[in-house]
Design a protein around this ligand. Structure first.
Ligand SMILES: [Zn+2]
Length: 152
């Protein structure tokens, strides 16, 4: 087996402890983080023009309205874009790690990491589901995505 084959077969896991930056929790972002702690997902949406915003914004860049609300989403979607990263950059994910945009079935796209999978398995259009990782010492829950039906 070559080393390239071993890398493509490595199962990627969410970090068990978090040493990366802790997201700032502002008035307009805290509903997202509070819902994640209950292992649910909600995404901000403009009440006036119905456009989704993630990450959350103070005012809708499309229509200027500040009438914004968080709406529950399923946590299911498909991989819109994906990159297998072979260099560490300080977040201690270990290498390789997989950065992705997931398009939720409700429409919004979220930047995330794919876990419980291998680099060889990830593909654009793949069905994925959210998986929550709690970091109790930081009172933080992060949302990752894994292949639908459960990852490895
Ligand atoms: Zn709007």
């Amino acid at each position: 087996m070559t080393s390239a084959a071993r890398v493509s077969e490595a199962v990627i896991r969410a970090p068990e402890s978090w040493s990366g930056p802790v997201p700032a929790q502002e008035d307009w972002t805290s509903p997202y983080w509070e819902v994640l702690r209950r292992h649910k997902m909600s995404i901000q949406r403009c009440v006036k023009c119905r456009i989704w915003h993630h990450p959350p914004v103070i005012a809708c860049p499309a229509c200027g309205s500040d009438d914004l609300a968080f709406e529950p989403v399923s946590g299911r979607g498909t991989v819109y874009s994906v990159t297998v990263c072979h260099r560490e950059f300080g977040l201690r994910f270990g290498v390789p790690w997989v950065a992705a945009y997931v398009e939720l079935e409700e429409g919004p796209r979220v930047a995330t990491n794919l876990v419980n999978t291998t680099p060889a398995e990830v593909a654009i259009g793949q069905s994925v589901s959210v998986v929550y990782q709690d970091y109790d010492d930081l009172d933080l829950t992060l949302a990752f995505f894994e292949p639908s039906g459960g990852g490895r």
